[in-house]
Design a protein around this ligand. Structure first.
Ligand SMILES: Nc1ncnc2c1ncn2[C@@H]1O[C@H](COP(=O)(O)OP(=O)(O)OP(=O)(O)O)[C@@H](O)[C@H]1O
Ligand SMILES: [Mg+2]
Length: 479
């Protein structure tokens, strides 16, 4: 293998031919035209090189001692789907030319070379590759511009969210952020903090779904020594810890009713009282609450206090689900690919057009989090410079099943299902039950594993008549 001096801005050409003079001629010509060139004298050497350095273009001889050029073309397309391939042969044959084009070759050149045509083909290809690279660079640049405190979005809905946060952040004392799971509620809360006047003060988070009922009061408001068994030291709560800054009450819909009343008091009076103390303390804190529950429905069902709800939703920001702002998908994808490629140190710089289509059309019940996970997994699986449908198929893992788009699924045979095949509804019911068993009936954990919002899980539980089922019944394995 021989290489010319590498230059990151030039497209990389891999030339594979067992005749050294051909390698030399092409290397010189292509370098003049603007390629970085790597030459290999055998198919095996070419594949090894390609795995290390994914090329943008490969010129492959049709007949080599160790491999047929058409087979090598197939291997290259599998290993590096974004790599263009030009076949070359001294034995012009219409059949192999047609076959090569069908297998995805870009051109078919005959030897001895017609140098004018060879130059033209290389120049055209270089220009197209550079145009493609520019588009990708532009997309990630645009992604950077359409960023607001770490949140990306070009859709009118997200631009509206950014503008709302920007306008309200300096003034709002209580904010409610709602939206399905994975839509970016926590990110929005941080953006509020960043865009406000308290950005240098603490940002403290408490996840209400992770606190044991009996410890809520102490977590929020603190306790004094000896207030209850185990309270060996006095301890401030999150309200005091966030003094002067922002307190983020995540999953506020999980707050027990008894604690809701105390939270309401703290919000109304700007005072907290540690458990076991009679001394109220003044706190100056911006409270941002987030939920993926429909709090209005929770109020109607008597599970959430109406007065607390109205106190919280003075300012309400709703993050739209990703399926309602699909124009954000390419921008989010470009940014996630850029970050992830840098993290896993791979030269991945985009997706094939087919892979982009798959992402655009997926269901995304798990929203941006799910998209991010899919891209991360695909980057880990990727060998080439572009993510293809193949990596995506591997990346839509078991916990993101609901987002799996039709394009990634194997087509079902037409006609009636085979006898004994359970209907889809039944498979879904069994799958939900199995996941609930795995997480001991914890519905929030189950929704996360299934990659759907909790509300979506509740809807499905109702549809399958599982909503009223007590956890132990869910946990019983079918006999
Ligand atoms: N607009 C966005 N731009 C960039 N990244 C985003 C955006 N929205 C969400 N993300 C990313 O998606 C992931 C999920 O976001 P986040 O945790 O804020 O969602 P959430 O609404 O709080 O989800 P949950 O309801 O499950 O807690 C995070 O990794 C976050 O960085
Ligand atoms: Mg969250």
């Amino acid at each position: 293998m021989a290489t010319a001096k590498p230059d990151a801005s030039r497209p990389l050409l891999l030339v594979v031919d067992d005749e050294v003079p051909v390698l030399k001629v092409l290397e010189r010509l292509a370098a003049r035209i603007g390629f970085d060139v790597v030459t290999c004298a055998s198919g095996a050497d070419a594949m090894r090189t390609l795995m290390r350095k994914p090329a943008d273009l490969a010129m492959v001889d049709l007949r080599m001692p160790d491999v047929n050029g058409l087979d090598l073309l197939k291997q290259i397309k599998v290993a590096v789907p974004g790599c263009e391939v030009i076949l070359m042969t001294a034995y012009a044959a219409v059949d192999s030319a047609v076959e090569a084009i069908k297998l995805g070759a870009r051109e078919y050149l005959t030897k001895p070379f017609d140098f004018d045509r060879l130059k033209q083909v290389l120049e055209d290809t270089r220009m197209e590759l550079e145009r493609r690279a520019q588009v990708v660079a532009l997309e990630s640049q645009v992604a950077r511009q359409l960023e607001f405190c770490g949140m990306l979005g070009r859709s009118p809905a997200m631009q509206e969210v950014f503008s709302l946060i920007q306008r309200l952040a300096p003034h709002a004392k209580v904010v409610l952020i709602d939206g399905e799971t994975g839509t970016g509620k926590e990110l929005a809360a941080r953006a509020f903090h960043q865009a406000g006047t308290r950005r240098t003060r603490p940002f403290v988070t408490i996840n209400c779904s992770a606190v044991v009922d009996t410890l809520f009061e102490s977590e929020l408001f603190g306790h004094v020594r000896g207030a209850f068994t185990g309270a060996v030291e006095s301890k401030p709560g999150v309200f005091e810890a966030a003094q002067g800054g922002t307190l983020f009450l995540d999953e506020v819909g999980e707050l027990p009713l008894s604690v809701q009343a105390k939270l309401l008091r703290a919000l109304e009076y700007g005072e907290v009282q540690r458990v076991g103390s009679l001394q109220p303390k003044r706190v100056d804190v911006t409270v941002i609450a987030a939920t993926n529950r429909d709090l209005r429905a929770e109020v109607a069902a008597g599970r959430f206090r109406g007065d607390l709800f109205y106190r919280l939703n003075v300012v309400e920001v709703t993050l739209p689900p990703l399926r309602d702002r699909r124009e954000d998908i390419p921008y989010l994808t470009a940014a996630f690919v850029r970050d992830c490629a840098a993290r896993v140190r791979k030269p991945i710089h985009g997706l094939t057009p087919q892979a982009e289509r798959v992402l655009l059309n997926a269901r995304w019940d798990g929203n941006v989090r799910e998209l991010k996970n899919v891209i991360e997994r695909a980057c880990m699986l990727a060998d080439g410079t572009l993510l293809s449908e193949r990596e995506l198929a591997g990346a839509f893992g078991p916990d993101v099943q609901t987002a799996r788009p039709a394009a990634v699924l194997k087509p079902r045979p037409t006609g009636d299902a085979a006898p004994g095949t359970p209907p889809l509804e039944e498979i879904e019911r069994e799958h939900i039950l199995e996941v609930l068993r795995q997480v001991n009936g914890n519905r929030m954990a189950a929704a996360k594993l299934l990659g759907i919002s909790r509300r979506a899980l509740y809807r499905r539980l109702e549809r399958h008549h599982l909503a009223e089922e007590a956890p132990p019944a869910l946990l019983r394995r079918p006999v």
